[in-house]
Design a binder for this molecule. Structure first.
Ligand SMILES: NC(=O)c1ccc[n+]([C@@H]2O[C@H](COP(=O)([O-])OP(=O)(O)OC[C@H]3O[C@@H](n4cnc5c(N)ncnc54)[C@H](OP(=O)(O)O)[C@@H]3O)[C@@H](O)[C@H]2O)c1
Length: 222
């Protein structure tokens, strides 16, 4: 039975990833930071692990729990949009978004990628088209955009480090998705985004290592 790891599975895209992999008969290790969400993931048949991605001890605990595991498909989903205003971010806003979207990835991916490499598996990181510099047409939500551009940089470094050992590491835009973050006016329902993300990751070959893809597999400029 293949194993999926979903980091940030309490709601939205992460929760739907956990639900769909379980429905397909996968073993699913899924993280959340609140007990009711962990209980709900257990109800789904997932193996819940408590994780706050901004807490180093919590990340160390995940590393300890994953010791000896090997993973076919890993997804780093947890993310924060941050301020909706377009003024300067406050220090607290900056720290919260960069910590959640960038520093957490720098700490988590070196733990997760080797476990993926063992299985010659795939690792998907939920970035955003808003992080693309080459494809940028708007300057709103500057802090979120900067955080996803930095996350893309972390993903490229992870791909360079662990691709040669067998992990295929990809940054994804999930579409504009109807979740708490995307809002109800978004383009696509979460189940459709996640079906596409899973299918694109599943058919990715090793030469996709270090790429930035839309949910349907279309390349996005860095
Ligand atoms: N929705 C979109 O249109 C869209 C578009 C482009 C990219 N994305 C990206 O896709 C990912 C998922 O988005 P979504 O729409 O599903 O977002 P969402 O509905 O707002 O859910 C965010 C998830 O991140 C988790 N999270 C946030 N901070 C955390 C922390 N410190 N520790 C652990 N978990 C934490 C949340 O957990 P709690 O429930 O505990 O808060 C929740 O599971 C994000 O990285 C987002 O930037 C989304």
């Amino acid at each position: 039975m293949p194993t999926a790891l979903i980091i940030g599975a309490s709601r939205g895209i992460g929760h739907e990833l956990a639900r769909q992999y379980r429905a397909d008969g996968w073993r699913v290790i899924a993280t959340a930071r609140k007990q009711p969400d962990l209980d709900e993931l257990a109800q789904l048949g997932a193996e819940p692990v408590a994780l706050n991605v901004t807490n180093p001890e919590s990340i160390a605990g995940l590393g300890w729990k994953l010791d000896d595991e090997s993973i076919d498909a890993a997804w780093l989903v947890a993310g924060l949009y941050g301020p909706r205003h377009d003024g300067f971010p406050t220090q607290d806003e900056f720290d919260a978004v960069m910590h959640t979207n960038v520093l957490a990835a720098m700490r988590l991916l070196p733990i997760v990628a080797p476990l993926v490499a063992v299985r010659r598996g795939k690792l998907g990181v939920l970035s955003s088209r808003m992080g693309s510099i080459g494809g940028r047409g708007h300057g709103n939500a500057s802090l979120y955009r900067a955080s996803k551009a930095a996350l893309n940089s972390v993903l490229r470094d992870t791909a360079l480090a662990f691709g040669p050992h067998g992990a295929t590491c990809i940054a994804f835009h999930p579409g504009w998705v109807q979740t708490d973050m995307g809002g109800s006016a978004a383009d696509i329902p979460v189940d459709q985004s996640v079906r596409d993300l899973r299918a694109t990751l599943a058919k990715a070959q090793p030469d996709a290592n270090g790429t930035f893809l839309d949910h349907d597999g279309t390349p996005i400029p860095w």
